[in-house]
Ligand binder design. Structure first.
Ligand code: SF4
Length: 344
């Protein structure tokens, strides 16, 4: 994006001086794109911080453009095969709005465009040959930025080439552009629904994102038997407080979306100002566990660098063990801070 375009946007988005000083041509940056639905929410600082760039993005000299080393784990040009039993297919680099915390910003919005039919066939054939792959994430970018006919073609190829593979439809579009889920699109999804299960993987980071339109869009999937799971990112100044996350969890459950992950922000270059210290993250996790049911509790998780995989970050309630007369008892601290012993 040219600086002149940014100047024009400054008026529309009411950019602050700090926001205006973001350099769109800085290294490893991500384009600015905000959907109308998100524009309507920009008065909320938690939404603004996720979508309006800050000069702080240009001042991150610590992060890595690809901490997960996805480039090293590519099965095909667009297929990341980092874990034995699942793979991620980057269907496109486009999204309806670009999140400033995007962990894949070295790929997102860089104009590589939608995967071609040949690339889709190549990925589906790779998956069919690697029978250990049980799940495929249709991701990007955002899968639902593809046209209806492209989605139909992609799902037809995957369903015919690797029919027993579970498909995860990964999208932020239900939050940022819920109008995308038209009757025609939902009819296409319904056409390919039978067979191996499909799951809708959403990303809602703040309760304000769960608008009536967003909830309706998710309901379209749940009503046709596609369960919805939410993957939030823990973000400084957005949702790094217990009350916000409890409200988010309550709203997700009421919308029939299971809060699944609360990700520690990856150390991606340009996102340092949005990351929360793990110590504070663990404190939040501990406090959430006191307030939320198992159904409402997301797993606080870090994706370890260099393809190390996901680990759950949680407070340990096991303090140790004692042995008396040959009987072992484990010593626990309850979430309320009391001590209990538990017979082996
Ligand atoms: S929707 Fe996903 S891929 Fe797109 S910018 Fe946001 S986090 Fe990145």
């Amino acid at each position: 994006m040219a600086i002149t375009e940014l100047a024009e946007l400054a008026e529309i988005l009411k950019l602050t001086d700090e926001e205006k000083s973001w350099n769109p041509e800085g290294p490893d940056t991500l384009p600015l794109l905000i959907s109308d639905d998100i524009k309507d929410l920009l008065d909320n600082p938690a939404i603004r911080r996720q979508f309006v760039p800050s000069a702080e993005e240009n001042n991150d000299d610590e992060g890595n453009p690809d901490p997960q080393e996805e480039a090293k784990h590519s099965g095909t040009e667009r297929l990341v095969h980092r874990y034995t039993n699942r793979a991620a297919f980057k269907t496109t680099d486009r999204c309806f709005a670009y999140c400033r915390h995007c962990f894949r910003r070295r790929f997102t919005g860089h104009l590589s465009g939608p995967a071609s039919e040949a690339e889709i066939r190549e990925a589906a054939e790779y998956i069919a040959k690697h029978r250990e792959i049980r799940e495929v994430l249709l991701t990007g970018g955002d899968f639902f930025t593809l046209s209806d006919s492209h989605i139909d073609m992609l799902l037809s190829i995957f369903r015919s080439t690797c029919p027993s593979v579970i498909l995860r439809l990964c999208t932020r579009a239900v939050a940022v552009y819920p109008e995308r889920f038209t009757e025609n699109l939902m009819a296409i999804i319904r056409k390919h629904r039978d067979g191996a299960p499909m799951f809708l993987m959403t990303q809602f980071n703040h309760p304000a994102e769960l608008t009536d339109k967003a909830i309706k869009a998710v309901a379209g999937f749940v009503d046709m038997g596609i369960p919805a799971f939410n993957q939030s990112v823990l973000l400084k100044g957005v949702n790094d407080d217990e009350d916000t996350l409890i409200e988010l969890s309550d709203k997700l459950l009421m919308a029939r979306i299971k809060p699944y992950y609360l990700f520690q922000g990856d150390p991606v270059k340009g996102t340092k100002h949005l990351r929360v210290d793990i110590e504070r993250g663990l404190e939040i996790e501990k406090n959430l566990r006191r307030s939320l049911s198992g159904l409402g509790m997301p797993q606080y998780t870090a994706d370890l660098p260099r393809g190390g995989g996901k680990v759950i970050l949680t407070h340990s309630y096991l303090e140790g063990k004692t042995e008396k007369d040959g009987r072992i008892r484990y010593i626990f601290t309850t979430p309320e801070g009391e001590t209990r012993s538990y017979p082996d």
